[in-house]
Design a protein. Structure first.
Length: 127
């Protein structure tokens, strides 16, 4: 199959330094995509997750995701701007968000780049 014909799936994770349940789920999703899809990971930093992704030859970019708290508005704006540029260069077919922060950033990407977004939401407390 021609690599250029594969659908690009951007996979964005909130965490990268440790491998908890969410990161194992993220890794499983990325490596389980069928041969018609090319996973491309965007994670906030190098660490355990980037090493695990590299064992499966998954292309990985680092883009820090600043907290979205009001006193951190300028770092959040910078994080969002960098992510918008990166997504514009990659031009994915779909965006997969693996956490709350990545879902918020992905919502902005959806509005700007008109790409569908999937949010994998896990709730860790009783409702």
């Amino acid at each position: 199959m021609n690599f250029d014909l594969k659908k690009k799936v951007i996979c964005i994770s909130d965490h990268a330094n440790f491998l908890g349940g969410g990161e194992h789920s993220f890794l499983y999703f990325c490596r389980s995509l069928n041969s018609n899809h090319q996973p491309i990971a965007i994670i906030p930093s190098n660490g355990g997750l980037s090493r695990a992704l590299s064992t499966y030859n998954i292309k990985t970019y680092c883009n820090y995701f600043s907290s979205l708290k009001p006193h951190l508005i300028f770092p959040a704006f910078r994080s969002g701007t960098n992510l918008i540029k990166l997504i514009g260069q990659i031009n994915p077919d779909i965006i997969y968000a693996n956490g709350t922060r990545s879902a918020l950033y992905s919502g902005i990407l959806k509005c700007i780049h008109k790409k569908p977004v999937i949010w994998h939401c896990r709730i860790q407390r009783k409702i």
